[in-house]
Ligand binder design. Structure first.
Ligand code: SF4
Length: 265
């Protein structure tokens, strides 16, 4: 059993938008003298279908989602030859749930497998929108796509955004917010978080304040928050919102955003 469900079938990426400026993949690779722009398959490529000596899958469903491609972007052009095998593994492992977070939603339609249909029920696609420009570019595309579980990732927050027209579509399962990590992190302002939350409340879309980022501004004061406390400090704000009835009818998929075991990056 693998304790933290992260599957990185390839490693390395290319920066594509403002949210990539201080990418943690680049930051970590620089620290060990590695070139993060070199995209390579990893030794974990077949992790979901790898078996132990008893022929059981090594990755067992434990109620948690498998975060997929966290050291790259799943829809990166360089990975086009490798992606079909990954879709096949996700289809084969219908007992697992997979979460894919992307800044390349514009490539999604060209990257899905022939049997995708209205979307694999065990795959959630998170569309990252770090600022208004990216929200207005990516979300109109996102809303046209066949995806069973759609979620918006306002992270790293680089400013306030208006996403009300997209929330009004009724397609968004939940929205999460988070600041930027690392020594060069740009500040995250609490009023931005509250503003995104207020929009979610207006449209009854579940909201999760995931983490503060390294530089957090609240009530005019700037706080520098160590990585290990960024999730817990966000939780202490106590502003998560979930209007769904406890007994059922859900739009956000099988897990609530609070139940997701987010990796610390
Ligand atoms: S898309 Fe993600 S992994 Fe790729 S450079 Fe940007 S932040 Fe890094």
């Amino acid at each position: 059993m693998i304790p933290l469900p992260i599957w990185n079938p390839w490693h390395g990426c290319r920066k594509i938008s403002a949210g990539c400026l201080n990418c943690y993949v680049y930051r970590r690779d620089e620290s060990v003298g590695r070139d993060a722009s070199a995209v390579v398959k990893t030794a974990d490529f077949d992790l979901p279908i790898r078996r132990d000596r008893h022929w059981a899958y090594k990755l067992q469903p434990d109620g948690h989602t498998v975060f997929t491609c966290m050291t790259s972007d799943f829809f990166l052009e360089e990975a086009d030859p490798w992606r079909p095998a990954c879709w096949a593994m996700m289809r084969q492992r219908s007992d697992l749930r997979f979460a894919i977070i992307t800044k390349r939603i514009h490539r999604f339609a060209a990257c899905i497998p022939p049997d995708w249909g209205s979307g694999y029920p065990n795959v959630s696609i998170y569309c990252t929108v770090e600022n208004q420009e990216m929200a207005d570019f990516r979300l109109p595309i996102y809303l046209t796509l066949p995806i069973q579980h759609k979620h918006i990732c306002h992270e790293p927050m680089l400013g306030p955004i208006c996403i009300e027209p997209y929330l009004a579509s009724g397609q968004i399962g939940f929205v999460l917010c988070g600041g930027e990590s690392g020594p060069r992190a740009r500040p995250c302002r609490y009023e931005w978080v509250l503003d995104t939350r207020a929009q979610c409340v207006r449209y009854k879309v579940p909201f999760h304040f995931k983490q503060t980022g390294a530089v957090f501004i609240k009530d005019g004061r700037t706080y520098r928050i160590p990585r290990q406390f960024q999730h817990s400090q966000a939780a202490r704000a106590g502003i998560d919102y979930d209007p769904r009835p406890k007994d059922g009818a859900e739009t956000a998929g099988p897990e609530t955003p609070q139940q997701l075991r987010w990796p610390t990056l």
